[in-house]
Design a binder for this molecule. Structure first.
Ligand code: FA5
Length: 344
């Protein structure tokens, strides 16, 4: 058995010399020194030796075991170092390679335009008032001086819900009455607010008209507000939005909730008024509807029209963004095409 032990020792040492990977090292360990390894099995046979030989064999066996364990530890260190060096060599990073850009999200062009508008109107003393998207028929029409069955309702093609009298707002103007009732102190306080939000119309989608789009309503109520205030305010707004030289034009129009009513045009800043594709060769671009708040609407908001007056306007942020960036089709806004959105 002693001879067997010596042979095992020699063989195991030779095998260990040839080991070059962690995997082979583990395999050697379990085969030689593990619980079912060759050394352990040989040691178990010690009981079969004559008594006088047992002590010598046991001593030598322990020496062999220790020597093998030490050789294993030394080899393990060597193999690890070797493998680490190899990994470093193979996994080397070339710091001169160009970096890979990380795609970051951006704000939607409508959001950007709205924020620009908030900024301008805030500087001019207007606070944001939020009104609801799902409205009552009464707020959207009746209280804005558009009674049931009145032909003026045809100006707004409406989405109705399954609940009678509940609709998706067709414009932000119903917020006028809500703001007057909430902020007006029963008709005793002046108001200066903007009301941004999404509007919905059941209409033919074209390059300039969507079924859903933003509006930004403006409302100013005071004791002495006149048409000149509306004109001055909107002209100042246009200068801040479109540049110091932006020319503004007021055209007579009709809205049931304002009297008098008007449409507001800005001189096309793409062609400078000479006419181009964007302004349809008119030289002017419509940006809003506006007017002096109708006495009936003032009354519905809780104000006495003999003491109070006000102006209101409703502008379309998408249309303004189209003008500013030369966007030719409004359908790009909600088309979710990243090639369009990433340009902003
Ligand atoms: C109105 O909706 C009135 N409520 C505006 C108003 C407010 C007048 C206060 C007087 C006082 P109009 O339907 O013209 O008016 O819409 C106003 C603006 O919303 C338009 O100038 C346009 O910029 C935008 N707009 C209207 N319809 C669409 C549409 N289908 N798609 C995109 N923008 C639209």
């Amino acid at each position: 058995m002693l001879e067997q032990l010596e042979k095992l020792y020699q063989d195991a040492m030779a095998e260990l010399e040839a080991v070059t990977s962690s995997e082979a090292l583990r395999e050697w360990d379990s085969r030689t020194l593990g619980q079912k390894g060759a050394v352990t099995l040989l040691l178990r046979g010690i009981g079969g030796l004559p008594k006088e030989e047992r002590a010598d064999f046991g001593k030598r066996a322990n020496e062999v075991k220790l020597a093998l364990a030490e050789a294993f530890a030394a080899r393990e260190t060597l193999v690890r170092e070797h493998e680490l060096a190899r990994d470093l060599e193979e996994g080397q990073i070339d710091v001169t390679l160009p970096g890979r850009g990380r795609a970051v999200g951006g704000l939607h062009p409508s959001t950007q335009t709205l924020r620009e508008l908030y900024h301008i109107w805030a500087d001019m003393g207007f606070q944001v008032y939020r009104s609801r998207d799902v409205e009552s028929d009464e707020m959207n029409f009746t209280l804005l001086n558009i009674p049931e069955h009145h032909p003026a309702r045809d100006m707004w093609d409406t989405f109705h819900t399954t609940t009678p009298g509940v609709i998706l707002r067709t414009h932000t103007s119903p917020g006028q009455v809500r703001a007057m009732r909430e902020l007006g102190g029963d008709g005793s306080q002046p108001i200066r607010v903007i009301l941004p939000g999404m509007c919905y119309r059941y209409e033919q989608v074209t390059t300039r008209s969507e079924m859903q789009f933003h509006q930004l309503e403006g409302l100013a109520i005071g004791r002495n507000i006149r048409m000149s205030d509306l004109k001055g305010t909107v002209t100042e707004f246009a200068r801040r939005m479109f540049g110091a030289n932006a020319a503004v034009r007021f055209r007579a129009s009709y809205f049931p909730f304002t009297e008098p009513s008007m449409e507001i045009d800005v001189e096309c800043f793409l062609c400078g008024g000479s006419g181009c594709r964007v302004c349809k060769y008119a030289g002017w671009l419509e940006i809003a509807g506006a007017g002096m708040v109708h006495p009936t609407v003032l009354r519905n908001g809780g104000y006495d029209p003999s003491q109070w007056s006000g102006f209101a306007f409703g502008m379309g942020p998408e249309r303004m963004a189209m003008l500013k960036h030369g966007i030719t089709d409004i359908r790009y806004f909600w088309g979710n095409d990243l090639r369009f959105l990433e340009q902003f």
